[in-house]
Ligand binder design. Structure first.
Ligand SMILES: [Zn+2]
Length: 325
């Protein structure tokens, strides 16, 4: 209902921002299911580590970490592969890390996943690409199975499992990288990429493989949690072709040009130059905003985790445990 209201408001331009797509059809065959229990529905985490759910009973859980506080709700998700996840909403306080003197600008790209303003390059593991051939074969197997047959159902699970494995390892890698960057830097600035736009171009596969949006979201909520500064720099800012020494804006560069020389002298590596500019722009924006706010814009809750309620005083986050089912 809300989806339709937003869609029509977007059409008539009552609603600001990006155009909202019409609500998507939810397939009956969609094999991802979720259910949320609140405190009122009397779920409980038992002393023996099990989870008691109303009408279901006691469920054994393999905890990914201990709950820092009493959870206010739990969402149980069954994914396409048939694995069950329990995602808890927990009130926590931030855990600021000791301050460090390093600030960083990050250029997200395709040749490298990220290039830092100090010249460090981080290569993207091409999880999807590597798994693509296997996936293709599994998809073909699937397409040859008769509709409604048991063998088809089995093939569907195989495809889903291959996708899930890729997604899991990508998320894991991004968590490690984002934690390291936040720990080592007092302020982190990234370019506000138009991932939606890029995803529709021919670069789509690489873009989605790279998973920038999920990564910058991680940086954002980890920055809030650990007392670091995080900022997004306007995506129309010419980070690539502006000289980081003299500020001159040079000719548009085709993607194939990896380095260029500014009339003022220096030879710039395309990506490192961009990262340095992002750092400078992020710092400038923060200085402009100073006085107006002592903290970065808002305390964000991770967008992609289930059941998040942002709260003014504390950040809320979910803790996931994998059920042994
Ligand atoms: Zn220059």
């Amino acid at each position: 209902m809300t989806a339709y209201r937003n869609f029509f408001a977007s059409l008539s331009e009552e609603r600001k921002g990006r155009k909202v797509a019409p609500p998507r059809f939810r397939s009956r065959k969609d094999n991802r299911q979720a259910i949320r229990f609140t405190r009122n529905s009397r779920f409980a985490v038992l002393d023996n580590g099990r989870l008691r759910l109303p009408k279901i009973g006691e469920v054994p859980v393999r905890w990914s970490r201990t709950l820092p506080a009493e959870p206010s709700s739990v969402t149980v998700i069954k994914d396409a592969v048939g694995r069950y996840f329990a995602s808890f909403v927990v009130q926590t306080t931030d855990e600021p890390l000791p301050p460090v003197g390093f600030e960083v600008g990050i250029d997200l790209g395709l040749t490298h996943f990220a290039v830092l303003s100090n010249g460090k390059r981080i290569t993207a593991p091409k999880f999807l690409r590597r798994a693509a051939r296997k996936l293709k074969r599994l998809q073909q197997d699937l397409s040859r199975k008769q509709r409604g047959s048991n063998n088809r159902a089995k093939a569907v699970v195989k495809v889903a499992r291959a996708h899930a494995r890729v997604a899991d390892s990508r998320r894991d890698w991004q968590h490690k990288l984002s934690t390291r960057i936040i720990r080592d830097s007092q302020a982190v600035y990234v370019e506000d990429l138009c991932v939606v736009g890029l995803g529709r171009t021919r670069l789509a596969k690489s873009v989605h493989d790279a998973g920038w949006a999920a990564f910058t979201d991680m940086l954002e909520y980890k920055a809030a949690r650990y007392g670091r500064t995080f900022g997004r720099v306007d995506r129309f800012f010419p980070s690539t072709r502006m000289c980081s020494d003299c500020g001159r804006i040079n000719e548009k560069l085709p993607l194939s040009v990896r380095s260029w020389t500014c009339p003022c002298g220096p030879v710039h590596d395309r990506d490192v130059n961009a990262a340095i500019n992002i750092l400078a722009a992020g710092r400038a924006e923060r200085l402009n905003a100073c006085g107006a706010q002592a903290r970065p814009a808002s305390v964000p809750a991770p967008r992609r985790e289930a059941g998040i309620r942002p709260n003014a005083a504390c950040s809320t986050r979910s803790v996931e445990g994998t059920s042994a089912l």
